[in-house]
Design a protein around this ligand. Sequence first.
Ligand code: SAM
Ligand code: SF4
Ligand code: F3S
Length: 447
Amino acid sequence: MAKRLYLRSFGCQMNEYDSDRMVELLGLEQGYQRTDDPAQADLILFNTCSVREKAQEKVFADLGRMRELKQVRPEVLIGVGGCVASQEGAAITKRAPYVDLVFGPQTLHRLPAMIQARRDSGTAQVDIRFPEIEKFDHLPPAQAHGPCAQVSIMEGCSKFCSFCVVPYTRGEEVSRPLQDVLTDVAGLADQQVREITLLGQNVNAWRGAIPGQSAPGDFTDLLGFVAEIPGIQRIRYTTSHPKEFTQRLIDAHARIPALAQQVHLPVQSGSDRILAAMKRGYSVLEYKSILRRLRAACPGVAISSDFIVGFPGETEQDFQATLDLATEMAFDGAYAFTYSSRPGTPAAALQDAVPQALKAERLQRLQQQLQQNERTLSQHMLGSLQQVLVEGPSRRDASELCGRSSNNRMINFPGAPACIGQLVTLRITEARHHTLRGERVTENATQ
Ligand code: SAM
Ligand code: SF4
Ligand code: F3S
C-alpha cells in the first residue's frame, strides 16, 4: 500500500505554496499519497507560521494531538517545517521530543534525505539553514491543479519592519532568476493554467539579469515577460510593498491588459508616527499618492490591504487616523490584526504596550469599517459585466460554477462544466456578504 502523508499549512500564501511543493516532491520521489486523516498517515508534516503568537501556540497544541497517534503507531514520523521551525530549530525537539524532523522554508527540498537519515540513524533531524535559493533547483517542475496557479519569484524579506519575524524566519530577499520563473510559468501554461499569481513577501523587490540588458531588470520587466507567455490570460501578484511601488509599475497596469485589476498593498497604519515606529519606510501621504496614481492608471482597480492595530504607543488619535484612512481609501478587502509582540523583533523591546482589551476594541471598530467598504463596493458591482475565469464547481452548490473577476471577487453562476478554465462574461445579479452571483451574457462555452 502507498505511504500516506498528512500535511497541514498554518501560514500565508508562501507557506501554502511551500506545502504544495512538499506534497509534489514526496509524491514523486517517495511515492507518498496525501491523506486528510492524520490517523492514516505514515508521515505527518506541519508547515508552521510564527507571524503572530496565536499561530505559533496553535502549532504546539496540535502537535500534542499528533503525539497520541504516534503512541499507537510508533513508526509514524512527525515533521515540523516553516517559520516556527526556522525560529525555534532544535528547541522544538526539546519541547516535543516525539518530533522527528525539523526543517525550514529554505530546506524543505531536503526532506527526502532527512527522512532517510532519520530512519537510518534513529535520531531527530534538524536542518533550518538558508542555503541561497537552492531549493528551487531540487524541486520537481510545477504541477497544475486547475486553471489558476502560483509561482514564487522571490524568497525572504529584507525590509525588517520592526514588528515582523519574516526576515528572521525566511532569510533575506533573494530573487529567482528570470529564466527559472518563465520556465515555471510556461510549464504551467502548457498544463492549461490561465491565471498566474506571482508570489513573494515583497514581489516588487524582484531584481534580475535580463538578456541583452546591462542594468538589472526589475519587477515591471518581469511582468512584461510573463505577460508574453502564450496561454497566460491573467496575472496577479502578492504581496507588494509601498516602498517599491514605482511609477513604472503603476504604468504597467495601464499597459499590460493581462494584469488583473487588483492589488494587495499593505499599509499597516494611517498614522505617520506609527508607520515610522514600524519602520515601514513611507508616509501616509506617499501611500495615498500611490493609490491615487494607480486608480488613475487602472480605473476600477480593487485595492486590498493589511492593518495592524495596537502597535506599542498607538494612541486613540493614531488609531483614528487609521480608521479615517480605511474610510477614505475605500479598500476592497482587508486583513486587520491586533499587534502581537514577537520575540527577537525590535518592536518587542518597545514600552507602552496597548492593553489587550483596547486592541480588541480597536480591531472590531476597524473591521466594521472595512466590511462596510466591502459591502458598498459589492453593491456597486450589481448589474456590471465582469470577466470571470471559471475555476470549478461552486463550493455552496455543486450544480453551479464559480470563478474570480479581475478585481478578485468570487462569483457563483449557473453554467456547464465545459467552461471551467475559460474566461466568461457575467452580469452581476446579486451581491451577498462575501460572494456575488451572476449570469452568463456570452456564448464562449457550451452552456
Ligand atoms: N510582506 C507583506 C507586507 O509587508 O505587507 C506581508 C507579510 S506578513 C506575513 C502579513 C501581515 O501580517 C502583515 O502585513 C501584517 O499586517 C501582519 N503582521 C506581521 N507581523 C505582525 C505582528 N507582529 N503582529 C500582528 N500582525 C502582524
Ligand atoms: Fe514583514 Fe515588513 Fe517584510 Fe512584510 S515587508 S514580510 S511586514 S518585514
Ligand atoms: Fe507566517 Fe512565515 Fe508566512 S511567519 S505569514 S508562514 S512567512
